[in-house]
Design a binder for this molecule. Structure first.
Ligand code: NAD
Ligand code: GLY
Length: 366
């Protein structure tokens, strides 16, 4: 088992990676209450809830099973968690456990931030995407019909337990979506990791446990230092959003859940690298390498043809990075060197949007 720490002073917490759900004491030592509420969904519950409940023998446990899917990441579904907490009389001392992917994790974290003005919570992420990204760093929240993740809070968990065995039941498309966020770390901060992925991406697709554990650990190391340096995204943390401004526009325009978050981020990252190239910041070779790696990870590299430039620009204008009415984008000035800028020539941005639609055979069939 591997362990690393997210260093945030009194709110620091460990991330455990490996076969962590075989070790009841690991979970128990991070629970500071008798009461526990497990939040999961209709897909994950039949697979892993019973096993988790066994690990929690001795605690006073209730559970809530949410409908599955990004389309349910909203205030209405969030309310089901509060209904359960109040119905079962959970007090301020209770602990929430998120058992699921990023949707369950983001909603449970937000519920924990709000319930009685804040209770403890633990992340047990069960998708690759949630193990390498969403369970770490304390961004929690829900979607609004007008914008992705627009309602939420920064709220850190007490611990993250990333079990590599649960990834064996993950559908291939979800595994690929997670690999998109893994590739992100190579592009933004870790050129050496990008090279490793160019050699090993097929091992991740084949669910090779050792390769997965290595990729999860390295991704979390990258994320942890960025979060430790800028927890509330005043500056540096925005680089974790490479490709997200384009990706969130795709997710919102197509309807939540039609494109998976990781798929939209993958296509959006290629757009960001392409735009960086058009601005003379990186070589065309990096665009080709990014495209090749995304294709090998079975990710879309072209964007939906029905999404117009005007729609993109409108949706990008409600991105959380917008400041003083100006769109800010994460771009690269080299492999592993991301930065944030609002200084993007409009003609090059439009060229980038148009080029991204040029290979419809590489878009996700929706
Ligand atoms: P998800 O939570 O929808 O999970 C994907 C699918 O896999 C779901 O159908 C889920 O039920 C199923 N599933 C989960 N674990 C499984 C398992 N072990 N076996 C079989 N099926 C399983 O999607 P996701 O990709 O995990 O997360 C995407 C969400 O995360 C988005 O809402 C995105 O906005 C959010 N996100 C948040 C952050 C953050 O910092 N908080 C970062 C990245 C993404
Ligand atoms: N996934 C972006 C962040 O955590 O900041």
């Amino acid at each position: 088992m591997m362990e690393l720490n997210v260093d945030l002073g009194e709110r620091s917490y460990p991330i455990y990676i490996g076969q962590v759900l075989t070790q009841p004491e690991l979970l128990a030592k991070h629970i500071r209450s008798q009461q526990v509420c497990v939040v999961t969904n209709t897909t994950v519950a039949p697979l892993y809830l019973d096993n988790l409940l066994k690990l929690l023998a001795g605690f006073q446990v209730t559970s809530v099973i949410l409908p599955d899917g990004e389309a349910h990441k909203d205030l209405q579904t969030l309310n089901k968690i509060f209904d359960e907490l109040l119905h079962a009389r959970h007090n301020r001392n209770t602990t929430l456990i998120a058992l699921g992917g990023g949707v369950v994790g983001d909603m449970t974290g937000f519920a924990a931030a709000c319930y009685q003005r804040g209770v403890n919570f633990i992340q047990i992420p069960t998708t690759l995407l949630s193990q390498v990204d969403s369970s770490v760093g304390g961004k929690t929240g829900v979607n609004h019909p007008l914008g992705k993740n627009m309602i939420g809070a920064f709220y850190q968990p007490q611990a993250v337990l990333a079990d590599t065995d649960v990834l064996l039941t993950l559908p291939e498309r979800e595994l690929s979506a997670g690999i998109a966020e893994v590739i992100k770390y190579g592009l933004i901060t870790d050129a050496e990791f990008f090279h490793w992925l160019e050699v090993n991406v097929e091992k991740l697709l084949a669910c090779n446990t050792e390769a997965l554990a290595y990729a999860i650990h390295r991704s979390c190391v990258n994320k942890a230092w960025v979060v430790a340096a800028d927890e509330k995204e005043n500056d540096l943390r925005a680089i974790l959003n490479l490709g997200h401004t384009f990706g969130h526009a795709i997710e919102t325009a197509m309807g939540y859940g039609v494109w998976l978050h990781g798929e939209a981020v993958g296509a959006g990252m290629l757009m960001a690298v392409d735009l960086s190239c058009r601005m003379g910041l990186v070589e065309p070779e990096l665009v080709r390498r990014t495209q090749a790696l995304l294709l090998r990870a079975h990710l879309p590299i072209a964007t939906p043809s029905e999404l117009s430039d005007e729609q993109y620009l409108q949706l990008m204008a409600v991105d959380k990075k917008v400041m003083d009415g100006k769109i800010r984008l994460v771009l690269l000035k080299g492999l592993g060197e991301a930065f944030v800028t609002s200084d993007v020539p409009r003609d090059l941005l439009l060229q980038c949007l148009q080029t991204s639609r040029l290979s419809p055979e590489h878009a996700r069939a929706s």
